[in-house]
Ligand binder design. Sequence first.
Ligand code: PXP
Length: 248
Amino acid sequence: MTVNLHVNVDHVATLRQARGTAYPDPVEAAVICEHAGADGITVHLREDRRHIQDRDVELLRQLVKSLLNLEMAATDEMVAIAERVRPHIVTLVPEKREERTTEGGLDVVGQLERLRSIKARLDAVDVQLSLFIDPDDAQVRAAVGLGAHAIELHTGDYCEAESDDAIEAELGRLATAAKLAVSLSEDVTVAAGHGLNLRNVSDLVASVPEIDELNIGHALIADAVFLGLERAVERYKDAIEAGEAERE
Ligand code: PXP
């Protein structure tokens, strides 16, 4: 099984918004990422439009040849955009205006009815649903039980762990959650993301063989400042491949 790399190009837009210019364009970045081997493009259209803009999502839908994953909050405004633009996948994430980035997973258990109705609206326009959750037993059961096409496990705690023991413990939590998901459904895709970089991605891939897909943004775009975007994507693909080679 090969692990797909979806590149999150939000922070190309962050640089653009910092000056209110037309460049650098996240749409152009997506094309370069695809040429370099990215298997999909991810963007987070935040309610405050701090980086990605509506225009970006619409252009990406037309230009992305691989797969467009739209991350968004579970609000009516966002669901209406997804119904109109029809990305390949919508990933629902919790969103707080004051946060710097997505801080935790979605509480699926606490809003089953709301998520069920969003899933029905997305099903009606053939858009797949992914739920971004913490590697927690109850959340995994609820997300798979809802019939989500994918779950995306939040890797933030793994990426922030410092001691070897803490890192091992976090990898264990992620592995347990991923195993549970595939034991509940053969069809569910297991994705992971948040805080991944060239130093921690191989161990994650090696330790959690159920992972099908990774969403990587901030560190990859930061590496691209020095390496160039094409080279950065290639380096992440190589790191993922190194992790796959270590799987038993
Ligand atoms: N996956 C999800 C659901 C996210 O919200 C984010 C951040 O937007 C990412 C992955 C990417 O995280 P990072 O930018 O830290 O690589």
